[in-house]
Design a protein around this ligand. Structure first.
Ligand SMILES: Nc1ncnc2c1ncn2[C@@H]1O[C@H](COP(=O)(O)OP(=O)(O)O)[C@@H](O)[C@H]1O
Ligand SMILES: [Mg+2]
Length: 207
């Protein structure tokens, strides 16, 4: 792989299958050097911010506080992990990135999208994924799939919030069809994986 590496992000509402897909893609890409991240988190400082963000006791957290904390965690992750990996020609598989902020804090919480884009541009220096795979599922299916896990602060938001986030994601995808590919996350894992691999292979061929 010449020049810079490849940055792939996985997006979608809770329970859509991002973590499962990331694990399978990591295995599929085993002949490459792959760095895998999750948000919020992925560095010592970002994990501390993650604890604050997901703490169910932080009920009074304002949407803008939430947005700024996500951006701060992302800022640290980009500088410490993503940029060095891309400079070294590696593949970065990110479980969530900027589109999560647009979908959750923008479409979900109602914060201004341009404000969020500017904030995130500042915090990432403009580092963007080459490819984003959006796993689209219904909020009901997402809830069914993760009902065994104790929900965190954002997962506790109801179906109506998840619906706004899902629709937000689809709007974002419509604006950047070249980068963001929508996959039907309601299909069997193997089918979702095959569709994801098709897009990734296209990028690998052009490297
Ligand atoms: N395509 C799929 N079909 C059915 N169940 C799935 C599929 N993908 C993931 N799951 C299951 O749904 C749950 C949530 O998946 P996960 O990958 O953790 O989602 P996310 O990381 O997006 O929240 C897990 O129990 C996982 O095993
Ligand atoms: Mg996950």
């Amino acid at each position: 792989m010449k020049g810079t590496g490849i940055f792939i992000s996985l997006e979608g509402i809770d329970g859509c299958g991002k973590s499962s897909l990331k694990e399978s893609l990591h295995a599929y890409l085993s002949k490459y050097e792959v760095v895998s991240t999750r948000e919020p988190g992925g560095t010592t400082i970002s994990e501390k911010i993650r604890a604050m963000l997901l703490d169910i006791d932080n009920e009074s957290m304002l949407p803008r506080t939430e947005a700024i904390l996500y951006a701060a965690a992302r800022s640290q992750l980009v500088e410490e992990v993503i940029k060095p990996a891309l400079s070294a020609g590696k593949i970065v598989l990110a479980d969530r990135y900027i589109d999560s902020t647009l979908a959750y804090q923008g479409y979900g919480r109602g914060l201004d999208l341009d404000y969020l884009l500017n904030l995130n541009h500042l915090c990432t220096g403009g580092v963007k994924p080459h490819l984003t795979l959006l796993l689209d599922i219904s909020p009901e299916e997402g809830l069914r799939r993760r009902k065994k896990v104790i929900p965190d602060r954002l997962e506790k938001e109801g179906i109506y919030f998840q619906e706004k986030v899902k629709e937000g994601y689809l709007n974002i995808a419509r604006e950047e069809p070249g980068r963001i590919k929508v996959l039907d996350g309601g299909q069997d894992h193997e089918i979702v994986l095959a569709a994801a691999i098709k897009y990734i292979d296209e990028i690998l061929q052009h490297k």
